[in-house]
Design a protein around this ligand. Structure first.
Ligand code: PLP
Length: 439
């Protein structure tokens, strides 16, 4: 049996290049993080070899003595990490990731074509919350359920709860979804609970982006108000790629959530759980209960605040004017530039972030904003002073992008991409100088 270098030097080389990229670049994608060596050890272990369809004590395969022990440990730690009473809340740790976890909840508590309301994707919501366009039902959620998104108030950049209430009263959804992929503020859970109760809907929170912040109690706690809470495990929580579903143990609207959700995960939508991921998750959930983790999450928010302050200093317009959490959304439209072009130039300078739509945008491919997150670089040990510097570096990249845009002959995004990628791109020295500063 060979190690990777001998068995497959080609894959080894690709992994080494990716490791080098991760090490050298400023990783500012809000949904990414660097997990710990302990988590990676568990994920790369023999746990990947085992089949264990079913739940602990009720498996469809033999040899699951230790896998049962592991999954129960993981469940217990999940409840502890989020300060939950095991008599009132249960958890399923088998979802393969965030999108499957959400779809599992929908199929557990809804019938095909029941109505749902989640935050619209161009306003910060996630695809799996029911995204569709006037022409196409993009997400599977909108194919199998009837989706009517709620939106932000474009003048404030905050969720328009009044409109959500009005629409919910007319649309009568069976499920209202809180949570987002690009929303820099907390959700108003008490208000959403009230709206859900008025129309007889379930309230679910998808806390994927902020689960680490919630575990460390640095943002509001959705468990006090929601019936179901889903999450990915690889973002601010700093675990392996995976998902979890938390559910109330008492029946809600006549449904026993525990059996409905467990059955939706398996056999409804999944087969054997990824036990190596569950092993990594158990490790992550132990670390998430340490005092160090709380310090880390406070630093994530504080670093994001420093970034916000310096971006405002540079004159940028931010959606909602700032941030309460780990991410900031910059509206680049007042500068006459878009997120796609800025993402490209910053990428060339080893600053990794993503283009993002901002309220009022026309195109998702050439959106008007960028999303910047603080979790990954906080894991790397950066503090407020360095995040101020990051804002300066991003500003430099935006200036180069503006200059480059003025030099391109065509107006299409493709023209710009070709121009900046060509060997004689006239601003390449400026980009290289920026990359040197980053690295
Ligand atoms: N929910 C939210 C709020 C997300 O931001 C994401 C991913 O970015 C997901 C769910 C989906 O997670 P995954 O990509 O693991 O399916």
């Amino acid at each position: 049996d060979y190690g990777l270098s001998e068995a497959d030097p080609e894959v080894r080389a690709i992994i080494d290049k990716e490791k080098d990229r991760q090490f050298k670049s400023l990783e500012l994608i809000a949904s990414e993080n660097f997990t710990s060596r302990a988590v990676m050890e568990a994920v790369g272990s023999c746990l990947t070899n085992k089949y264990s369809e079913g739940l602990p004590g009720r498996r469809y395969y033999g040899g699951n003595e230790y896998i049962d022990e592991l999954e129960i440990l993981c469940q217990d730690r999940a409840l502890e990490a989020f300060h939950l009473d095991g008599k009132k809340w249960g958890v399923n740790v088998q979802p393969l990731s965030g999108s499957p976890a959400n779809f599992e909840v929908y199929t557990a508590i809804l019938k095909p074509h029941d109505r749902i309301m989640g935050l619209d994707l161009p306003h910060g919501g996630h695809l799996s919350h029911g995204f569709m366009t006037p022409k196409r039902r993009v997400s599977g959620t909108s194919v199998y359920f009837e989706s009517m998104p709620y939106r932000l108030d474009e003048s404030t950049g905050l969720v328009d709860y009044d409109m959500l209430e009005k629409t919910a009263n007319l649309f009568r959804p069976k499920l209202i979804i809180a949570g987002a992929s690009a929303y820099p503020r907390d959700f108003n859970y008490p208000r959403m609970r009230k709206i859900a109760d008025t129309v007889g809907a379930f309230l679910m929170m998808d806390m994927a982006h902020i689960s680490g912040l919630i575990a460390a109690s640095v943002v509001a706690n959705p468990f006090d108000y929601c019936d179901v809470v889903t999450t990915t495990t690889h973002k601010s929580l700093r675990g392996p790629r995976g998902g979890m579903i938390f559910f109330k143990k008492d029946p809600v609207l006549g449904i026993d959530l525990e059996s409905a959700i467990n059955n939706a995960v398996f056999p409804g939508l999944q087969g054997g759980p990824h036990n190596h991921t569950i092993g990594g998750l158990a490790v992550c959930l132990k670390l998430a209960q340490s005092p160090k983790f709380k310090i880390y999450q406070n630093q994530v928010v504080s670093n994001c605040g420093a970034l916000v302050g310096q971006l405002i200093e540079h004159g940028y317009k931010l959606v909602s004017g700032g941030s309460d959490n780990h991410l900031v959304l910059v509206d680049l439209r007042p500068l006459g530039i878009d997120g796609a072009r800025v993402e490209k130039i910053l990428d060339m300078a080893s600053i990794t972030l993503n283009k993002n739509s901002v309220p009022g945008d026309k195109s998702a491919l050439v959106p008007g904003g960028i999303r910047i997150g603080s979790p990954a670089m906080t894991t790397r040990g950066l503090q407020e002073g360095e995040f101020i510097l990051i804002a300066d570096l991003i500003h430099e990249g935006v200036q180069i992008t503006l200059e480059a845009k003025n030099l391109v002959s065509g107006s299409k995004l493709q023209d710009f991409m070709q121009f900046v990628s060509s060997p004689d791109f006239p601003l390449i020295n400026q980009v290289s100088a920026l990359r040197k500063k980053v690295e």
